[in-house]
Design a protein around this ligand. Structure first.
Ligand code: E4P
Length: 216
């Protein structure tokens, strides 16, 4: 399972890219709105930092406008993936864009039916939002598992991005559910490194080394 960073914050992306663990980035209008910078500038910077798919979302809900925005976003960099919500006009746009070679990440997916529609329209990526499902008492991880199973069973081309990840426990759960990708907030990515036994182990190794008066 690949790890993407779910943020529009360039400093976070720079750090995570240096660690060598992320393969892409996802943004959304709410994440972009938190940054005090023009979105095209942000998108260009992200694409310079990460050599992998970078999702940027359209704002319009109308077919022609969506196409206009999508083509503009895709023109920023070859790695830009256009994010489109799972609505009928959106799937019409996915079909057109896919035929033009523009990759689309279909977002705000909360059911297997929506995922199937997205895959049939030609989505390259499908983003089920598991945290938001958990918030309303449903099982987000089960949805990810079901969508992956349907994609495999019917030999569909789309990759699943487990999105709306809220904590570290979500990560192994969606990996075991077969998700192709998980997109993580920076906080969750940092927490993934943490284990108390790692900290204790480092401390003991350094103390023993010092006691023995060794050098490298
Ligand atoms: C990613 O594609 C989504 O935009 C993001 O994961 C949504 O997360 P949230 O539910 O925490 O806002």
């Amino acid at each position: 399972m690949k790890l993407y960073l779910d943020t529009a914050n360039v400093d976070e992306i720079r750090q995570a890219a240096q660690w060598g663990v992320i393969s892409g980035v996802t943004t959304n209008p709410s994440l972009a709105a938190k940054e005090n910078q023009d979105f095209n500038t942000i998108l260009t910077s992200i694409c310079e930092l990460v050599d992998g798919p970078v999702s940027a979302e359209v704002i319009s809900l109308e077919y022609e406008e969506m196409l206009k925005e999508a083509r503009k976003l895709a023109g920023v960099h070859k790695n830009v993936v256009v994010k489109i919500p799972i609505v009928p006009e959106g799937m019409r746009a996915v079909k057109t864009l896919a035929a033009e070679g523009i990759k689309v990440n279909v977002t705000l997916v909360f059911s297997v039916n929506q995922a199937l529609l997205a895959a049939r329209a030609g989505a390259a990526y499908i983003s089920p939002f598991l945290g938001r499902l958990d918030d309303i008492g449903h099982n987000g991880v089960e949805l990810v598992r079901d969508i992956v199973d349907v994609i495999d069973l019917h030999d569909l081309d789309a990759e699943v991005i487990a999105a709306s990840i809220r904590h570290t426990e979500h990560v192994p759960a969606v990996a075991l559910a077969g998700s192709h990708i998980a997109t993580l907030p920076f906080k969750v990515l940092k927490q993934m490194f943490k284990h108390p036994l790692t900290d204790l182990g480092i401390e003991a190794f350094l103390n023993d080394w010092k006691k023995a008066d060794q050098s490298i």
